[in-house]
Design a protein around this ligand. Structure first.
Ligand code: TTP
Ligand code: MG
Length: 242
């Protein structure tokens, strides 16, 4: 199907069931097809909660969430999730080899596709340095990967899906800055026709986005380009100078 990957939040409120206080309040923004949008904000401000609404891990409490003008509640859940890939904040790898972990959810992918995804994620090189390469066992009885290596495997898995919408939740937080720069440059080419929403802490990563949302206590405090926010947002300036 011809999905463009536009995402629209319209007056979205969200409260976790069993909780009294909303974690997201009156969230409205549009992420255009192919746009790279960053979300910043202090811990607990609701960043993960916000992105988790897009694949309907949770449903909005009120307001509307649309993809290409269609309310996500009206979409087939499998079709919705087929166009989205999320690299979650907590990496989820299982005991098995590296290849199986990258292919998880995309079992029909070819070796070349797996390696291409791993190259963009800056994982191919360290994988090839293991004696068993892509069949290196992870977890019990296998190798222990560093946090940054796990994140790169997790990113490769998401890229292998070739999603229309890619969501990165602090997905390179444990990767060193040089490697992160390489990932970012690779992603830029890869993401040509992909909408990308990413949560990040490093200003070097954040400022690469087309636009940035500053989330504060569940509300959008500001939205704009890096240059705009440097003029208009005290919270953003604090992040920049911290
Ligand atoms: P998050 O959405 O997890 O906030 P965050 O992603 O901005 O924080 P961090 O930078 O640390 O990743 O949490 C917002 C609030 O929602 C917080 O009070 C915890 C609560 N919450 C739940 O109750 N259940 C959940 O599953 C999650 C993810 C958050
Ligand atoms: Mg989070």
């Amino acid at each position: 199907k011809n999905i463009k990957g536009k995402i629209e939040f319209k007056n979205v409120d969200f409260t976790y069931s069993g909780s009294l206080n909303p974690v997201l309040k009156n969230i409205s923004f549009v992420c255009n097809p192919g746009e790279m949008l960053a979300i910043v904000g202090s811990t607990g401000s609701g960043k993960t909660s916000l992105i988790n609404l897009i694949p309907r891990f949770y449903d909005v409490t009120s307001g509307e969430l649309k993809i290409d003008e269609i309310n996500v509640n009206m979409m087939n859940l499998k079709e919705l999730r087929d166009i989205i890939a999320i690299v979650p904040q907590k990496t989820m790898l299982f005991s098995g080899n590296i290849l199986e972990n990258i292919k998880w959810g995309n079992e029909n992918a070819s070796v070349e596709e797996v390696q291409d995804a791993a190259k963009i994620a800056q994982a191919h090189e360290f994988i090839m340095s293991f004696p068993e390469k892509y069949t290196t066992q992870l977890g019990q009885g296998g190798v222990n990967l560093s946090g940054g290596q796990k994140q790169r495997i997790s990113l490769a898995r998401a890229l292998l899906k070739k999603p229309k919408i890619l969501i990165l939740d602090d997905s390179t937080s444990a990767v060193d800055m040089t490697t992160e720069g390489k990932i970012r440059r690779g992603l830029k080419l890869y993401l040509k026709n992909t909408t990308c929403i990413f949560i990040a802490q490093r200003i070097t990563t954040i400022r690469e986005a087309n636009r940035i949302i500053v989330l504060d206590n569940g509300m959008i405090s500001a939205i704009g380009t890096h240059e705009e926010l440097m003029k208009n947002s005290d919270i953003y300036k604090d992040i920049y100078y911290s």
